[in-house]
Write a protein that binds this ligand. Structure first.
Ligand code: NAP
Length: 295
């Protein structure tokens, strides 16, 4: 058996078309244009490429968008003052600070400075807490993208055994928390594994849905996967260069081996990656609607 490929590229395209229509409706019916600012400190090449892609997508969807690039030596206080300005700017509904920040800046203090209503990455502790109690206004983008991939591919989540490999605050913990909620698109039984898990394979082999966010190539191999499982590979590992001089990417799952055992699997690239930016756009539209008192 060879697994069905869950194409994040295709599903993200479908969602972007829906968002484009929604943005056009907001403009024509309510004179409301979703506004997103992406704040980049310094010139880290990976961060530059991420914010460029976010800006391009937001413009394609008809948003008002600002790219605010700051020098790498900006002080923490100046960065916080800048965020406070955007907190007060009525044309801006979403603020995204591209992480990681330079070492002299305390990321937690920066995240706390953001108005939680404009926190479209959903990293502010207020939004993390709301997610925990099942009352989220925004879902963090990568976990939300994973959930949408599952739901839109018709994967049954309710009652499923879900195993998440990785416990980071941006992927592992929030996706586990989302899928365990007493809500539609959730209601799973969830286990989280990490580097101190005693026998990881014993857990992963029980998974109907296996979500891998370890940041390690081949952290999951075919012998660790149950026959017929759905496998979501979140990992993005750079493993050299292609002939065209682009970074060669692989996930955390041994794709070739696992696809012979799984019933469905996401590729890298073209799986979770395209969904993350799309969910950021969804959050920006939501923030704009909330600010205008629309449901
Ligand atoms: P992270 O902060 O480095 O966390 C990795 C987690 O995996 C940690 O909890 C670590 O355990 C665990 N882990 C690492 N190796 C393991 C192993 N061999 N067995 C079991 N657990 C292991 O990474 P992250 O930010 O969550 O990202 C994970 C991966 O997803 C990265 O490749 C990243 O580039 C990718 N990513 C992709 C997207 C996207 O949009 N496609 C978005 C975000 C992240 P400990 O806690 O014990 O150290």
């Amino acid at each position: 058996m060879s697994a069905k490929i869950i194409s994040g590229t295709e599903i993200a395209k479908q969602i972007r078309e829906e968002l484009q229509r929604e943005a056009a409706d907001l403009k024509s019916k309510h004179n409301l244009v979703p506004g997103l600012v992406t704040i980049l400190v310094g010139e880290d090449p990976a961060s530059v490429s991420y914010v460029t892609a976010k800006q391009k997508t937001s413009k394609d969807l008809g948003f008002y968008s600002i790219q605010d690039t700051q020098p790498p030596d900006i002080t923490e206080d100046k960065l916080i003052t800048l965020i406070e300005q955007y907190n007060r700017d009525p044309k801006i509904h979403g603020i995204l600070v591209q992480l990681p920040l330079p070492k002299h800046i305390n990321e937690t203090r920066v995240l706390y400075a953001m108005d939680p209503k404009k926190d479209v990455d959903a990293f502010h502790p207020f939004n993390v807490g709301k997610l925990m109690i099942g009352e989220a206004d925004f879902y963090p983008c990568t976990p939300h993208g994973i959930q949408q991939l599952l739901v839109r591919s018709g994967v049954k989540i309710e009652g499923a055994e879900v195993v998440v490999v990785g416990r980071s605050n941006i992927v592992g913990k929030p996706i586990a928390m989302m899928l365990v909620q007493k809500q539609s698109g959730a209601n799973a039984t969830v286990t989280i594994c990490h580097t101190k898990t005693r026998d990881m394979a014993a857990h992963t082999r029980t998974a109907d849905i296996l979500i891998v966010a370890a940041g390690k190539p081949k952290a999951v191999t075919a012998d660790m996967v149950k026959e017929g499982a759905v496998v979501i590979d979140v990992g993005v590992n750079r493993i050299g260069m292609t002939a065209e001089g682009k970074a060669k990417l692989c996930g955390d799952v041994d794709f070739e081996g696992v696809k012979e055992k799984a019933s469905a699997i996401t590729p890298v690239p073209g799986g979770v990656g395209p969904m993350t930016i799309t969910m950021l756009m969804m959050n920006t539209i939501k923030a704009a609607k909330v600010s205008a008192g629309l449901k």
